[in-house]
Design a protein around this ligand. Structure first.
Ligand code: FE2
Length: 352
């Protein structure tokens, strides 16, 4: 994509984030990574009359590029860098090209009222999944429904039937931009989630052929049957894919790896389920966001305010599931069935 076009995309994005004359924007980067993103955001912010600058840190970790299919959430290059943290707390919006997610430094920046926008995905993915106020409206409508529910249940034809007791944790939204003080978002994305009570998830999740496992960035070929009791995976059964997942989880040597993490569904009609078949770049926001997926996940719930801090986090976007809140259908066979949540135009069959 030509440089000018990406700057224009960044300008649209910053406008959605409420950046205007007199706003302040810091773009956080490390080493010589994502230099073109930094330039585009700085140009775009200037074009809007905002005051912008780049906080560039020594490079600490290159595993976040995502080309290897793994990423680690650990110490960020911002840890211990007090002047940089203070500079970031002083602006309206931090654009994060480093990936601060879940770090204490990010929490501190958000608590100061600064909003944070993560932007590390390939430009082509960003371009394909542009956010809009309409997406926000639909995701927030979903959040209102989810926040009012006491129980979430989802099923699929492969044999999933699992129930989450809700209410212990807040609902989080991602619609790809943020104009709310202290709020974080990720450009691009489009989904929402919450967590079940720590001992309140029970049943079976059968991950079916075509469902995606992150961080493997691969499609399951053989069903994986997870038995869940009181919020813990107690058995993993199946063929080759079950063995791969099982050995991965074992490698953390951590009982908390078997906890249940966030649960929710995808809302973004421009996100493509099939992308990983030909494009494995990035963290996988197509896979997590595609319309009507049920995003099941295991491991930590610290992001929601819970006690599980394990480093073993697996996200599993599942196709063709049916999801119910207090018995009311929200997604049926991979299609969103509540009018206020539906995309404005029918979504193609690729996702189901
Ligand atoms: Fe996740």
């Amino acid at each position: 994509m030509p440089k000018n076009s990406f700057t224009e995309l960044c300008r649209d994005e910053l406008e959605l984030c409420g950046i205007k004359e007199g706003s302040t924007v810091a773009v956080l980067s490390q080493g010589n990574q994502k230099v073109d993103y930094v330039d585009a955001f700085l140009d775009a912010a200037e074009g809007l009359g905002a005051t912008a600058f780049n906080v560039r840190l020594p490079a600490v970790d290159s595993s976040l590029d995502g080309e290897d299919g793994v990423w680690e959430v650990g110490e960020t290059p911002l840890a211990g860098n007090r002047p940089a943290i203070e500079a970031l707390k002083g602006v309206d919006l931090v654009v994060d090209t480093v990936f601060l997610l879940f770090s204490p430094e990010q929490m501190e920046i958000q608590e100061s009222g600064t909003r944070v926008l993560l932007c590390i995905e390939p430009v082509e993915h960003i371009e394909a999944m542009q956010p809009s106020p309409r997406l926000r409206e639909r995701v927030e409508a979903g959040a209102e429904i989810l926040a009012g529910a006491k129980e979430l249940r989802f099923t699929n034809e492969a044999g999933s039937d699992v129930t989450y007791k809700l209410g212990a944790y807040p609902v989080m939204t991602q619609y790809g931009y943020t104009d709310t003080p202290g709020r974080w978002d990720h450009w691009p994305s489009g989904f929402l989630f919450t967590g079940g009570a720590d001992d309140g998830v029970d049943g079976k999740v059968v991950i079916a052929a075509g469902d995606i496992i992150f961080p493997f960035k691969s499609y399951v070929q053989t069903p994986i049957e997870l038995t869940i009791e009181k919020g813990k995976i107690v058995d993993i059964a199946g063929g080759l894919d079950a063995d791969l997942l099982s050995e991965y989880m074992e490698s953390f040597d951590d009982p908390d790896a078997y906890g249940i993490s966030h649960i929710g569904w995808g809302m973004l009609e421009t996100a493509k389920w099939s992308i990983l078949a030909h494009d494995r770049r990035g963290m996988g926001m197509h896979g997590r966001s595609f319309y009507g997926n049920v995003l099941f996940s295991t491991g930590p719930n610290g992001e929601l305010g819970g006690p599980n801090q394990t480093l073993c986090h697996v996200d599993v976007p599942m196709r063709n599931c049916s999801l119910y809140l207090d018995g009311e259908p929200i997604v049926i066979d991979g299609d969103i069935v509540v009018d206020v949540l539906k995309a404005d135009e029918a979504v193609g069959a690729t996702n189901g």
